[in-house]
Design a protein around this ligand. Structure first.
Ligand SMILES: [Zn+2]
Length: 241
């Protein structure tokens, strides 16, 4: 009888453990890539890369260019929303209000490259994404400095990272950003944000979390293991409550 009780106890503990594992759902992200201004040809490469990161790192990925996803019922499924090279006015007033409430409920945001070339008339979005696009010189090589090597998105990177991309100058840079990477304006031509020209950052904002990376204009970015790990780290930061 005692033996039976022990077996029953062990079995029920094991069942309990199994049910806890099954309750923990994989995180779910929404990739939003609507463009109302410039359309980046690299968007499909970006979508494919994020889908692959999801498969390899146990998070689910949905993708859309449909602004009607920004309803309370639909958005609540997602742990984070990724604005992948969005441009212009991509949400109407009601959808903007839904997205503000979504972030305030503790969810995450990731902005990639032209996410700062988006929603210029929405001050809350300026604060969330952290800055607005101002201009860019021709695409060229440049040297990046990792100013915070402790973050999920930077800890794998070399202290100075040389790569080719389209380098934005910014306006309306918001206070309180945790800058992760700056660009050395002496290493290329056309930089206009000075010695602390930020290129990637994160911050807790309005109850949620936001990560932005300037990188990701080119198709080649989405094949670069350093860049992909950087983007993955930003997504993991955004989906971790
Ligand atoms: Zn671009």
């Amino acid at each position: 009888m005692k033996k039976l009780m022990i077996i029953l106890c062990v079995t029920s503990i094991a069942l309990l453990a199994v049910s806890f594992v099954s309750i923990k759902k994989a995180p779910h992200v929404l990739v939003y890539s609507k463009t109302m201004g410039f359309h980046h040809a690299s968007i499909p490469a970006g979508i494919a890369a994020i889908q692959k990161l999801g498969l390899e790192n146990n998070f689910k990925v949905d993708t859309t260019t449909d602004a009607s996803y920004f309803s309370p019922e639909t958005l609540k499924k997602y742990d984070a929303v990724i604005f992948l090279n969005t441009t212009g006015n991509v949400l109407d007033d009601a959808q903007q209000a839904v997205f503000e409430k979504y972030i305030q409920s503790g969810k995450g945001f990731v902005g990639v490259h032209a996410a700062t070339d988006t929603e210029y008339d929405w001050p809350w979005y300026n604060q969330l994404v952290g800055a607005y696009f101002k201009s860019h010189p021709r695409q060229q090589d440049a040297v990046l400095t990792i100013t915070d090597p402790t973050h999920l998105s930077t800890k794998h990177l070399p202290a100075t990272w040389k790569r080719y991309d389209e380098w934005y100058n910014f306006k309306s840079i918001q206070p309180g950003l945790n800058v992760l990477i700056t660009i050395d304006e002496k290493s290329y031509t056309g930089g206009e944000n000075g010695e602390t020209h930020p290129m990637a950052w994160y911050h807790d904002f309005d109850g949620g979390r936001a990560f932005y990376t300037e990188f990701g204009h080119t198709d080649e970015s989405y094949k670069d293991p350093f860049y992909l790990q950087h983007l993955l780290g930003g997504i993991q930061y955004a989906i971790t409550q």
